[in-house]
Design a protein around this ligand. Structure first.
Ligand code: FCB
Length: 447
C-alpha cells in the first residue's frame, strides 16, 4: 500500500483545525460581553472537574493573532471557530455589542490575511444566560431569538464569511444540557429534552434558510455527533438496545434535516416527538438542503440491554471493561467504526458532501524538556486519516477534515485536565508548546 499523504486527498480538500468560543476565548466580561450559560453553570458546585470555569480559558480573545499564526505554521488552510452569541448580543437579543462585532471582524480579517478560510459555527453550546432565564433551548421564544441572531451575523459578516456551520452537535447540547444535567444549563427531564430537541431541529434548518437568503454564494452545513453503536452480544434484547441507542445517537437530528421527520422504528420514546411534528406539520420546516453535513466522531459505543436505564433500556459496556484501546477519557479508539459512520451517512443518498468537522483524541500530555511526546495522538490521527481515505476512495464525497483541536482548552464539564490540543497550553502562564502531533500535522500537510 502506498503511503497516504495530504496530497492523496486532492488539491481542493479542506484541511482544518477547530476551536470554539466558549472553550478558547476567555475574556468573559471584557468589552461588554454578556454571560453565557457556561459562565453561570461553572459556579455550581461539583459540575465541572476541579471547580474550573472558562472565564480566562486560553485567552484566545487577546491572543488570536499569535494563535492564528500557529494555525498557519502547522499548515492548515481552514480555521473553524464559533461566534459567542452573548458577546454579540449581551442580552441574547435586542442590543448589539459593537465591540464584539469589531472583534470578530478582526479575527476574520486576520484569517483572510493569512490565507486561512474562516469556517464559522453559529452555535457552539454557549447560549446567552439572559435567554436561559426564559427557558433557553426548551423555551417558547427560541426560534425568534435564534433567527434574529443568525440574520444579524449573516448581514454583518456575510461579505467575508462564506462557510457556515449552523449548530454544533445538537444531540450533545440537548441531551447533556437539557436531559442529563451534565452540561450547561444543567436541566433534566424528558420535557426539557424534547422541547430542546424540537427547537434545535427547527433552528438548524431555519438557520440554513436564513444564511441561504442573506449570503450570496454561501456554503452551508451543520454538524452531528455520531458513534457507531454495537450490541454487546447478538441476543435479541441487546440488538434492540443497540437499535434504540442508535436512533438517539445517530439519527435524531440528521433525519429531520433530510426531510424524513424524526426516526421512530417502534421506539416508544419517539412518540412524543412525532406528536410534535405531525400535529403542527413540521416535517417541511425541519428540512433544509445543506451543502454539506459535518460529521463529528470521537468513539464508538457498545451497549447491552439494561432495564435500569429509563426508556432506552440500554447501558454502555465501557471500552476499559472490554479491554479495547481507549483515550484518557475512556473513549474507544476505533478507526474502523469511523469509516462505517462515513459510509452510512453517505448512504442516506441525499447528503451532498461530508466534512469531518471534528475528530481528535485526549491523552495525558505533559511537557518534558520543552517537548510533548504525544505518540498516541499521532497514531490516532494516522489510523483515522487512513479510514477517511478508504471511505473517500470508495466514493463517499468527503470535502474536508478538521482536527479537534488547535490547543488544549476548556473541555466543558471535564475542565482543563482533558487535553485534546495539537498545542499544549500551560493554563497558569498561557504558554503554548507545539506537541509532537502538531509537528506531525505540519509534516503531513506539507506533502
Ligand atoms: C465535541 C465538542 C467539542 C469538544 C469535543 C471533544 O463533542 O463539539 O467542543 O469538546 O467534543
Amino acid at each position: 500500500m502506498h503511503k497516504i499523504t495530504a496530497a492523496s486527498f486532492g488539491p481542493d480538500f479542506y484541511w482544518g483545525v477547530a476551536i470554539a468560543a466558549a472553550q478558547n476565548e476567555g475574556a468573559y466580561m471584557t468589552d461588554g460581553r454578556g454571560l453565557s450559560i457556561w459562565d453561570v453553570f461553572a459556579r455550581r458546585q461539583g459540575k465541572i472537574k476541579g471547580g474550573a470555569n472558562a472565564y480566562e480559558a486560553c485567552d484566545f480573545y487577546h491572543r488570536y493573532k499569535d494563535d492564528l499564526l500557529l494555525v498557519k505554521a502547522l499548515g492548515f488552510t481552514v480555521f473553524r471557530f464559533s461566534f459567542s452569541w452573548s458577546r454579540l448580543f449581551p442580552e441574547g437579543t435586542g442590543r448589539v455589542n459593537k465591540a464584539a462585532v469589531a472583534y470578530y471582524h478582526k479575527v476574520i480579517d486576520e484569517c483572510l490575511l493569512l490565507g486561512l478560510v474562516p469556517f464559522v459555527t453559529l452555535y457552539h453550546w454557549d447560549l446567552p444566560q439572559a435567554l436561559q432565564k426564559e427557558g433557553g433551548w426548551a423555551g417558547l421564544h427560541l426560534q425568534k431569538w435564534f433567527s434574529r441572531y443568525v440574520s444579524f451575523c449573516a448581514e454583518e459578516f456575510g461579505d467575508k464569511i462564506k462557510h457556515w456551520i449552523i449548530l454544533n452537535e445538537p444531540m450533545g447540547f440537548t441531551s447533556l444540557g437539557y436531559m442529563l444535567g451534565k452540561h450547561a444549563p444543567g436541566k433534566t427531564g424528558l420535557d426539557n429534552f424534547f422541547a430542546a430537541v424540537h427547537n434545535a431541529a427547527l433552528a438548524q434548518a431555519e438557520g440554513g434558510r436564513i444564511i441561504r437568503k442573506l449570503v450570496p454564494n454561501a456554503y452551508i452545513g451543520t454538524t452531528f455527533s455520531c458513534s457507531e453503536v454495537q450490541p454487546f452480544t447478538d441476543k435479541k434484547e441487546d440488538l434492540l438496545a443497540a437499535k434504540r441507542m442508535d436512533i438517539l445517537l445517530n439519527r435524531l437530528f440528521i433525519e429531520p434535516a433530510l426531510g424524513r421527520n424524526y426516526p421512530h422504528d417502534d421506539f416508544p420514546l419517539m412518540d412524543k416527538l412525532h406528536m410534535h411534528s405531525k400535529a403542527w406539520k413540521y416535517t417541511d420546516r425541519m428540512q433544509f438542503s445543506f451543502d454539506f453535513i459535518g460529521i463529528q466522531n470521537y468513539f464508538s459505543v457498545t451497549v447491552k440491554h439494561n432495564p435500569l436505564i429509563p426508556y432506552v433500556l440500554a447501558g454502555e459496556v465501557k471500552a476499559q471493561t472490554r479491554k479495547v484501546p481507549h483515550t484518557a477519557l475512556g473513549w474507544e479508539i476505533n478507526a474502523h467504526s469511523f469509516y462505517h459512520v462515513l459510509k452510512r451517512y453517505w448512504n442516506y443518498g441525499s447528503v451532498k458532501e461530508i466534512i469531518v468537522t471534528e475528530n481528535g483524541a485526549c491523552f495525558k500530555d505533559y511537557v518534558q524538556n520543552g517537548v510533548v511526546a504525544d505518540d498516541q495522538r499521532i497514531a490516532y490521527f494516522q489510523e483515522y486519516i487512513a479510514a477517511l481515505h478508504k471511505a473517500k476512495q470508495e466514493g463517499v464525497k468527503i470535502k474536508g477534515y478538521f482536527a479537534w483541536t488547535l490547543m488544549d482548552n476548556f473541555e466543558w464539564s471535564e475542565g482543563y485536565h482533558a487535553r485534546f490540543g495539537l498545542i499544549h497550553v500551560d493554563f497558569k502562564t498561557q504558554l503554548r508548546t507545539i506537541k509532537n502531533s502538531g509537528y506531525w500535522w505540519r509534516d503531513f500537510l506539507s506533502k
